[in-house]
Design a protein around this ligand. Structure first.
Ligand SMILES: Cc1cc2nc3c(=O)[nH]c(=O)nc-3n(C[C@H](O)[C@H](O)[C@H](O)COP(=O)(O)O)c2cc1C
Ligand code: SF4
Length: 661
């Protein structure tokens, strides 16, 4: 690790706009920062200001819709351009926002969207294509006049943005399969007018928007474009995990698009990958390697002279520094990691990247919530979107707080209480902090979960938490510490069903399988196709084991907390890619010397196995709460001890309780 990230901390320019460092906020819609009247909400302003305080050089909004005439309002809500009043509200709130951002030397672009196309029911597309997630419902088609109208609405929006005081816009987007992306691809654009045909024809809508903005706003007003360099798509609703069989955008075509955009006058390219059809390359879960974008961005940079901003699973700070030094790309776009830790750029600037709270690429708090129609947040940072109102405040009176359990919920509770000024003692009965973060971080692809565990341990030390390891909490011990409040975070244990052979040497609980890889044989039956079972299976398949998944329900990933779409799509496609057998509606009956005896739609059969991994869920550990009642202090139960959940529910639970004690 270096201590002086000179390249990342050096300025660069997008057209005439100078950015103080190489950190660009990847557009990340939270679903809550723009109010229905077109203004930035109070929470929205705080959200952006918080990221500027954290050292972000170029702050960007997520996509703001410009079309108020053709598409039905979709998931991103109505357009800020809809009425003179909404434009005015946008401008007034922008003045307040920009004045605050300036104090931190941050610049801000607005991301303006031409439309969502087949990604959102009710939106128009270049040709009739099935909406994402359906095969029979087709999007209506834009007429030539409609396309011209949409171009005009984008240009008008850029002018409104400029008049509100912003130095530039980012065009949304030739990525994720949105309208301009569909326009650019021969799979989705089969038009015969001037906006179809060869690549230049398919790019015409975008290049006319760029030229229109430059004519209307002048050359000094910066225009960047969000561009997916490679789609990883085989067809509608079909991703390509290895990039083979590409039917949408190859890297070669992506590079040609870079050249066309540069010729059209674009000032910067903000590059990533994927569409909804290959969601795991659009919003990559932890299974996709951090830094996978490097070689793609290099190819773009070699083709153009304008700055290339590289985004998606960035944040390996040493690699990012090296790439910028080498000229592989000019800046990094940081999306989810800026939700997890808004101080990321600042911590790099002061040479302490080890203090960055890592994004674990789980998609639980951000994308999943957005798709559920909730304001997006972050699993590891409960403050996102309520950055000011929900922030920790100093405690009025210093209390003595005892936390029982050093898993993620206990560590979050201890950290928050200690930060607020309480005297905190944390009791952990094992010799290690982390709880399920230890087993849950054991897969090769869970590096950030391991980092999160280390980060919490560093925080406990920094905030002076009295951590007592190897200490089992009893009512007497807790009473002896004379607490004002006790937080119980005793976690959960894996369920082992009472079947014949559950004690067979071949049988391993999921935690043992994760922690003792050496005990897992070549042929493995994983019982339980929930997230835990599927992630164990993926890790084993990646390492060359022969895995069969047995799931009692009719499909995998259908029990427990909802699994975000990119994660679920990756797991399913990875198993299909590797030919991993998945037996659904099938139950384990017993484990024998031969393997796993299962009962399914085809009757009873034995699946030969060297190891049978049981991953059928967790149950809360016994609680001390009943024996602490009436002892003169408050008692809280949090995390899995209260209700089995995931990292998000554990951290959010803990913070909620700890920030009010
Ligand atoms: C909740 C959420 C909302 C997003 N909204 C937008 C958006 O409005 N416009 C856009 O271009 N990308 C959007 N993205 C994509 C991000 O900009 C980024 O490409 C993606 O999160 C992967 O990069 P990361 O690993 O840095 O997060 C969104 C991503 C998330 C998770
Ligand atoms: S919810 Fe998960 S993926 Fe999303 S920002 Fe937070 S840690 Fe990252």
């Amino acid at each position: 690790m270096q201590d002086n990230y000179e390249a990342l901390n050096s300025p660069f320019s997008i057209g005439k706009v100078q950015v103080k460092n190489r950190f660009v906020m990847a557009p990340t819609t939270t679903g809550a920062y723009l109010a229905p009247d077109g203004s930035f909400s109070k929470e929205g302003i705080e959200y952006f200001v918080r990221r500027a305080q954290g050292g972000m050089g170029l702050v960007q909004t997520g996509a703001l819709m410009t079309d108020y005439k053709i598409d039905e309002p979709g998931a991103l809500g109505p357009s800020f351009m809809a009425t003179p009043a909404s434009r005015h509200a946008f401008a007034v709130s922008s003045a307040a926002l920009l004045a605050r951002l300036e104090a931190y030397g941050a610049k801000m672009f607005i991301q303006i969207s031409a439309g969502l196309g087949r990604n959102s029911v009710g939106s128009y597309g270049p040709s009739a294509n099935p909406y994402f997630g359906t095969t029979d419902k087709m999007n209506p088609v834009l007429t030539t006049e409609d396309v011209r109208e949409k171009i005009k609405m984008m240009v008008d929006a850029a002018r409104v943005v400029q008049q509100a005081g912003y130095p530039g816009v980012e065009l949304h987007a030739i990525h994720w399969g949105y309208l301009l992306d569909q326009m650019a691809s021969s799979l989705t654009n089969r038009r015969t007018d001037e906006y179809g045909g060869d690549l230049r024809g398919r790019m015409r809508m975008c290049t006319q928007i760029v030229q229109g903005i430059k004519e209307s706003c002048g050359d000094d007003f910066a225009v960047s474009v969000r561009l997916g360099l490679k789609a990883y798509v085989r067809g509608f609703n079909q991703g390509s995990i290895d990039g083979e069989g590409e039917a949408y955008r190859t890297l070669e075509e992506g590079v040609q698009i870079c050249r066309i955009l540069e010729e059209a006058g674009v000032d910067a390219l903000d590059v990533d990958t994927g569409t909804y059809d290959s969601f795991y390359y659009a919003c990559p879960p932890t299974y996709v390697r951090r830094g996978y974008m490097e070689e793609l961005a290099r190819a773009a940079k070699e083709a153009v002279d304008i700055p290339v901003i590289c985004g998606s699973r960035m944040g390996d700070v040493d690699a990012d520094e090296r790439c910028i030094e080498e000229g592989a790309f000019d800046a990094i776009a940081i999306g989810r990691p800026m939700l997890a830790d808004p101080d990321l750029p600042k911590k790099i600037a002061i040479g302490r990247p080890d203090k960055i709270r890592p994004c674990i690429a789980c998609n639980q708090g951000c994308l999943l919530r957005l798709f559920q129609g909730l304001p997006s947040g972050c699993a590891v940072n409960p403050l996102v979107g309520r950055d000011k109102d929900y922030a920790p405040t100093p405690a009025l009176a210093r209390k003595s707080v005892v936390v029982v359990g050093g898993g993620v919920a206990g560590m979050e509770a201890a950290r928050t209480c200690a930060m607020r000024g309480h005297r905190v003692t944390l009791l952990e009965k094992s010799d290690d902090l982390g709880g399920h973060l230890i087993s849950g971080g054991a897969h090769d692809f869970k590096g950030e979960v391991r980092e999160l565990n280390l980060w919490y341990q560093g925080e406990l030390e920094d905030w002076g938490v009295d951590v007592r390891m190897g200490v089992e909490a009893t009512p007497e011990l807790v009473d002896g510490l004379a607490p004002d409040a006790v937080i119980l975070a005793n976690g959960s244990s894996a369920v082992m069903p009472p079947i014949p052979g559950i004690d067979h040497p071949k049988t391993l609980g999921c935690i043992d399988a994760l922690l003792h890889e050496e005990r897992v044989g070549q042929r493995v039956v994983v019982v339980g196709g929930g997230l835990v079972g599927c992630e164990i299976s993926l890790d084993l398949v990646n390492k060359g084991h022969d895995v069969t998944i047995v799931e009692a329900l009719p499909s995998i990933l259908s029990s427990g907390p909802a699994v975000p779409l990119p994660n679920a799509m990756y797991l399913r496609d990875a198993f299909a890619h590797h030919g991993t057998p998945i037996l659904t509606s099938t139950r384990i009956s017993s484990v024998t010397d031969a393997g796993a005896v299962v009962q399914g739609p085809d009757g009873v059969r034995t699946l030969p196995a060297d190891t049978v991994v049981i991953a059928v869920g967790f149950r809360p550990n016994p609680s001390l709460a009943p024996s602490l009642r009436g002892h003169g202090y408050e008692v809280f139960e949090i995390g899995d001890e209260r209700q089995v959940g995931n990292i998000l529910t554990a951290i959010w639970d803990a913070y909620e309780v700890a920030h009010t004690i």
